[in-house]
Design a binder for this molecule. Structure first.
Ligand code: ATP
Length: 323
């Protein structure tokens, strides 16, 4: 078989995806596009459906939902496979935000009929729990602890607010830890609130955590956040929404293709906001591993497009202790 399949997670965006998908399908049909529609019934289905779509040599795979659904789909596909069209009807939609995809029926019909394929880097991480791919951002430390809590308390339809509330609760008891971060063979040791590794600029429903990230440069952007106290963390946190946290003296931006993080402490790891085990973690990038259809006029570099007007690209400053 070839053709177009649409995976639809009806509970994404607190049910918005299920409610509004028929309008998207109608807009596609008006343009002569008739996808085969597969509704997910439970967590994990999008992964299996994507695997099946790949086996059947589907040409175009629409993934309707939020970042969790996209995360599942790419884990079913792995590097290669059909081109994805993200129909961003979740609560966060961080990948689509970076790619300037408009969540309207006509916007998606435009992407399908007139968009172009962009090959993005696909991140992969490995912990003792196993390996998995991620599309946006992974990390170890406070944010992973927060993600674990949100996941345990959550369910679908999460968005930014539960992350913010959980961050405040988690921070009260959180203790910074000594981490050893290997980036392309260089070792950085520091006491860290958290370390972030990713290909795309956004996570957590609009937090501009890696403002310099370019999703197709074959490199991870890496943020080493040093030994921030609790009060200082609370003061820096709002800046994450504008991406200006990277100017803080205890924040170091790096780039690299292979990353490994270790610690003697038990430190949680997340992948696209899903719990992914504990340190040690090893990252490797698959350049161009994910084909995504983007709008015809989309800016080449999503990071540049998403930066506030007048905001310079963050300097990459290897300040942490390295050897
Ligand atoms: N039919 C279903 N019933 C319950 N859960 C489902 C179903 N289909 C998929 N899921 C789960 O729903 C979860 C949430 O989906 P998703 O993350 O796409 O939406 P969201 O949380 O609204 O958006 P975002 O992640 O962008 O904030 C996924 O982790 C997936 O495993």
């Amino acid at each position: 078989m070839s053709g177009i399949v649409a995976i639809v997670n009806p509970v994404a965006g607190r049910g918005r995806a299920g409610r509004t998908w028929p309008a998207f399908e109608a807009a596609l049909r008006r343009r002569g596009v008739s996808p085969e529609v597969w509704y997910t019934a439970a967590p994990g289905d999008a992964r299996e459906m994507a695997r099946r779509a790949r086996e059947r040599h589907v040409e175009l795979l629409l993934v309707t939902g939020g970042d969790g659904t996209v995360h599942e789909a790419v884990n079913g596909l792995g590097p290669g496979g059909p081109a994805l069209v993200v129909v961003p009807l979740g609560t966060g939609n961080d990948l689509a935000r970076g790619l300037q995809i408009s969540p309207t029926p006509e916007g998606i019909a435009d992407v399908v009929t007139r968009g172009h394929v962009r090959r993005l880097d696909l991140g992969h991480l490995e912990t003792a729990e196993g390996g998995r791919y991620f599309v946006n951002v992974s990390g170890a430390g406070l944010d992973a602890e927060v993600a674990r809590r949100v996941y345990e308390e959550g369910g679908p339809g999460r968005g930014a607010l539960p992350y913010v509330l959980s961050m405040l609760r988690t921070l009260r008891r959180y203790r910074n830890v000594l981490m050893e971060i290997h980036v392309d063979g260089r070792v950085h040791r520091h006491v860290s609130l958290m370390t972030v590794v990713g290909n795309s600029p956004y996570y957590g429903g609009g937090m501009h955590i890696l403002p310099g990230a370019t999703p197709d440069d074959a490199q991870f952007d890496i943020l080493l956040i040093g030994d921030l106290g609790k009060l200082e963390t609370l003061m820096v946190f709002p800046k994450v929404f504008r991406g200006t946290h990277v100017r803080h003296r205890l924040v170091t931006c790096l780039r690299g293709a292979t990353v490994e993080i270790r610690s003697r402490e038990q430190v949680a790891v997340h992948a696209d906001g899903e719990p992914a085990g504990y340190l040690p973690v090893r990252y490797r990038n698959h350049p161009g591993g994910m084909a995504v259809v983007v709008p015809a006029g989309a800016a080449r570099h999503a990071a540049a497009a998403s930066r506030p007007p007048g905001e310079p690209a963050p300097a990459h400053s290897p300040k942490a202790h390295s050897e």
